[in-house]
Ligand binder design. Structure first.
Ligand SMILES: Cc1ncc(C[n+]2csc(CCOP(=O)(O)OP(=O)(O)O)c2C)c(N)n1
Length: 277
């Protein structure tokens, strides 16, 4: 067993539910590296929504909430407000985060509450059999769009930024070092941090949408399609079709964080009863 797995994973919960070659395993691996390098394990509180990706925190020996579909951000908000010293990290899928949970997502971002949201985007509803998601590319074939998706997908990074998130980054599982840095920056950032990870789903998205269930080929496709946010700025819109814009998309430090504002606006006698920093 890998030393980080020995140290942080609940052995009794193994094996992972992820299919072989699923990118969510890479996200778990990189998150553990971030936790180890930052030495923050006792301060963590983790929240997972519903879906393959939402299961991720349940394997860690940390304090974990595994909650209703689409509701990870409201639960995490309550947790952060109850104990603002905690580093609260939300693990969610694209369907969980911006399908059923879309409204909660935009309001979490609007408040700029200090959460780190890691959204594993496989472009599909993986756990329930590969239905179309709000992130499925136009013309993408899924179990519920057999002739190709006719809806335009969300750019979730743009959505997060427009709603008020103050840290937004996007990487893929083919960019492990960059993703590690983004997770660390997101956790350090005092405000709503949104990290989107394009994560391969060989079983559903790979097989039906990409024409391959080979995880190696799917990683190669991520690498081919990725374009840095800096290069994308000087690239014509038609040349960005089908590309994945990766990098730190937005970072704002001036906007005040919600839990601080809330505690500062309490009358002194109410705040006396709160064990907050
Ligand atoms: C209220 C409710 N509606 C629907 C479901 C069924 N359901 C479980 S997981 C899921 C999709 C999850 O998709 P996504 O968030 O993209 O995660 P993935 O499995 O792809 O990682 C759905 C619709 C549910 N559990 N609860």
């Amino acid at each position: 067993m890998h030393p980080l797995a020995d140290k942080y994973l609940r052995q009794a919960a193994l094996p992972l539910i992820f299919c072989p070659g699923c990118g969510d395993g890479t996200v778990l691996n990189i998150f553990l590296r971030a936790v180890e390098e930052m030495d923050i394990f006792p301060d963590l509180a983790l929240v997972g929504g519903i879906g393959c990706s939402g299961w991720l925190p349940t394997y860690l020996r940390a304090d974990v909430l595994h909650v209703l579909h689409g509701r990870a951000i409201p639960f995490a908000t309550g947790l952060k407000l109850t104990d603002p010293r905690r580093k609260v990290v939300v693990f969610t899928g694209d369907g969980d985060c911006v399908g059923i949970g879309g409204n909660h997502f935009i309001h979490g971002a609007r408040r700029n509450i200090d959460l780190t949201v890691i959204m594993m985007n496989n472009g599909i509803y993986g756990m329930t059999g590969g239905q179309v998601a709000p992130t499925t590319p136009l013309h993408g074939r899924t179990q519920t769009s057999p002739y190709g998706n006719i809806e335009f997908p969300f750019d979730v990074g743009d959505l997060a930024r427009a709603a008020g998130a103050t840290y937004v980054a996007r990487w893929t599982t083919a960019h492990p070092k960059q993703l590690l840095r983004a997770i660390k920056e997101g956790i350090e950032h005092a405000g709503f941090s949104f990290i989107e990870v394009l994560s391969q789903c060989p079983t559903q998205a790979g097989r039906y949408m990409e024409g391959t269930s080979d995880p190696g080929e799917l990683l190669t496709l991520f690498k081919k399609r990725a374009i840095s946010v800096e290069r994308a700025r000087s690239t014509a819109a038609q040349d960005l079709r089908g590309r994945i814009i990766v990098g730190k998309i937005h970072h704002l430090t001036e906007k005040k964080e919600f839990s601080k504002t809330l505690y500062e606006s309490f009358p002194a006698e109410a705040a006396d009863n709160q064990d907050h920093p």
